[in-house]
Design a protein around this ligand. Structure first.
Ligand code: IPD
Ligand code: CA
Ligand code: CA
Length: 269
């Protein structure tokens, strides 16, 4: 009885997150149809933000706080609250803001729940393709209700790999050096501009692997659960365990994760 109650609470949380991400993604789509009404500004010398990012975040954060007042929320646009709780939500209201601003249809809403620091459920809604991806620890990963799985690609020379490089400052050339090592060994590289989208495309086997650096917890929390539950392996670029707060990830099926790491000259540990 007790286990059943815990299970249904977890299912409730997933259904709640799916509904929320879907509503937010629709709001983004409506915003994109009237770009004249969208304010665009720089929140740092390299980062753009819009009134839609802030509007979606307010909607998502208020909704979570109303439904789960005891949970913490870490959100990109400065409306975090209750940080340090055992149940903490990670919210990226609009992942791919640069794309959104320029009418490139690669953006979405990403919402995850971590329990005791471990991502437990993740949802990414991609409004332009009308796809919603979700996963919950131990329950598999789904796109629009259909179970998804990583590709079976075994060799890097057959792989299409998503990359996500940070804006490089202060002579930090590590990512460029890794890019130079990776490119000659793969069939193709994609830089789509939305980490959430990259995770979902790898999880559904349309891309074979991803390698990204300079990310924040809200960029990776949902995607990491979705990719892991789709049979993928997600690690850091040095081959160590995935860490929500470290910002670098290598993901794909077992062979792809190992092969991308090997191209950087490292092994998994
Ligand atoms: C960005 C995207 C991009 C990644 C950046 C992120 P935002 O998120 O995910 O692909 O390379 O590091 O900041 O700012 O559009 O939410
Ligand atoms: Ca993001
Ligand atoms: Ca964002």
């Amino acid at each position: 009885m007790m286990t059943q109650t815990v299970m249904s609470r977890k299912e409730d949380m997933l259904a709640f997150a799916v509904d929320l991400a879907q509503k937010a993604a629709l709001m983004a789509l409506h915003g994109a149809r009237d770009m004249e009404g969208v304010e665009v500004s720089m929140k740092s010398p390299t980062e753009v933000v819009t009134s839609i990012d802030r509007k979606l975040e307010e909607f998502i954060v208020e909704s979570i706080a109303r439904r789960y007042p005891g949970h913490g929320i870490v959100a990109e646009e400065d409306t975090s609250r209750g940080v340090g709780q055992s149940h903490t939500w990670f919210v990226d209201p609009l992942d791919g803001t640069n794309n959104f601003v320029r009418g490139i249809p690669f953006y979405g809403t990403s919402i995850a729940l971590a329990i005791d620091g471990k991502p437990h459920l993740g949802v990414c809604a991609l409004p332009v393709t009308g796809e919603i991806f979700w996963a919950q620890s131990g329950c598999g990963a789904f796109a629009n209700g259909e179970k998804i799985r990583v590709s079976n690609t075994a060799f890097l020379k057959e792989a299409i790999v998503a990359v996500g490089l940070p804006v490089l400052q202060g002579g930090h050339t590590g990512p460029l050096e890794r890019l130079v090592k990776l490119v000659p060994g793969v069939r193709g590289i994609r830089r789509l501009g939305s980490a959430a989208l990259d995770f979902c495309l790898v999880a559904s086997g349309r891309l074979d692997a991803l390698w990204e650096e300079g990310l924040k917890p809200w960029d990776v929390a949902a995607g990491a659960v979705i990719l892991s539950e789709a049979g993928g392996v997600v690690t850091r670029v040095d081959g160590s365990r995935f860490d929500l707060y470290k910002g670098d990830v290598v993901g794909g099926n077992e062979a792809m994760n190992r092969s991308v790491l090997a191209s950087f000259g490292v092994a998994r540990w």
